[in-house]
Design a protein around this ligand. Structure first.
Ligand code: 13P
Length: 252
C-alpha cells in the first residue's frame, strides 16, 4: 500500500514566531493526545525559517520542505536560494512547479526542468505540482494540460530519478477559492496521472508514486478525498495554517 502524505504549504504567511510556535504546539498536541495517524507529514515554511524548523523537528518523523529553489547552481543571482544552500542546512525536500510560481514568477516548463535537474543533483525529493486553470477545465483541456506539464518536465527524468518525486495535482481554480474539486473530478485526474506514469515508467513506479491533491482541502472534505483509490494525501494551503484544522486533516 502507498504511504499517505500530508504537506502544509505555508506560502508567504507565517513569520518566525508563528512558524516555530506552530511546530512546537503541533508536536506537543500529537504527543499529549497520543495521536495516531498513518501519514507522512511535511511542513513547508518560508526560507528564513527552514533551518530552525528542521532543528525543532530533529528526532521526530516530521519533515521540512522548501517552497522553491533557483535553477542555477551558484553565482550572481541576487536574492535567490540554491539547492546546495538547502542541502547545507539539512533540507531534503522542495516544492517545484506551484501554480503561484508559474503565474507570478513566470516559471515556465523549461525553467522547471532546470530546477528539477539541480534538485536531483543535490538529492532533494521533489513535490512537483501540476494543474489546469478554470478556462482550461471549461474547455475540457485539463487532461491535455496536465499531460503536457509532465511531459515537458518530470518525464525527462530517468527511472532512477523518478523515485525522488511526489506529484501534486492542484487545479488552479480550486486553490484558495473554497471551490474544491469533487472527489470524482480529483480521482479521475489522479487515475489519469497514474496511467501516464504506468506508460512511461512501468507498473512498479506507477503503483508507488504518491499523487497528492491540493486546492481548498479542509477538515470536512479531506476524508472523502483521501479515501479515493488514487489520492494519496494532500498539499494544503489555508487549512494548514490552523493547527486544529490541520490536525484533523492529518487524521482524515
Ligand atoms: P489552499 O489549500 O489554500 O487552496 O492552497 C492549496 C495550495 O496551493 C497548496 O500548495
Amino acid at each position: 500500500m502507498r504511504k499517505k502524505v500530508v504537506i502544509a504549504n505555508w506560502k508567504m504567511n507565517y513569520d518566525f514566531y508563528e512558524t516555530t510556535s506552530f511546530i512546537r504546539n503541533f508536536l506537543n498536541v500529537i504527543s499529549e493526545r497520543n495521536i495516531n495517524h498513518d501519514k507522512e507529514i511535511i511542513l513547508a515554511p518560508s526560507f528564513p525559517f527552514l533551518h530552525i524548523s528542521n532543528q525543532i523537528l530533529q528526532g521526530t518523523t516530521l519533515n521540512v520542505a522548501a517552497q522553491n529553489i533557483h535553477q542555477k547552481e551558484k553565482g550572481s543571482y541576487t536574492g535567490e536560494v540554491s539547492a546546495l544552500m538547502l542541502k547545507s542546512i539539512g533540507i531534503q525536500k522542495v516544492i517545484l512547479g506551484h501554480s503561484e510560481r508559474r503565474e507570478f514568477c513566470f516559471e515556465k516548463n523549461n525553467i522547471l526542468l532546470e530546477k528539477i535537474k539541480i534538485a536531483l543533483k543535490y538529492d532533494l525529493n521533489i513535490i512537483f505540482c501540476v494543474g489546469e486553470s478554470f478556462i482550461e477545465r471549461n474547455d475540457n483541456k485539463q487532461f491535455e494540460i496536465v499531460k503536457n506539464q509532465l511531459k515537458k518536465t518530470v518525464f525527462h527524468c530517468s527511472l532512477d530519478e523518478i523515485k525522488s518525486f511526489y506529484i501534486a495535482y492542484e487545479p488552479i481554480w480550486a486553490i484558495g477559492t473554497g471551490k474544491t474539486a469533487t472527489f470524482e473530478q480529483a480521482q479521475t485526474m489522479h487515475e489519469f496521472i497514474r496511467i501516464l506514469f504506468l506508460e512511461k515508467y512501468g507498473e512498479n513506479i506507477s503503483n508507488k508514486i504518491s499523487i497528492l491533491y491540493g486546492g481548498s482541502i479542509n477538515d470536512t472534505n479531506a476524508r472523502d478525498l483521501f479515501s479515493q483509490k488514487d489520492i494519496d494525501g494532500g498539499l494544503i494551503g489555508n487549512s494548514s495554517l490552523k493547527l486544529e484544522k490541520f490536525l484533523k486533516i492529518v487524521q482524515s
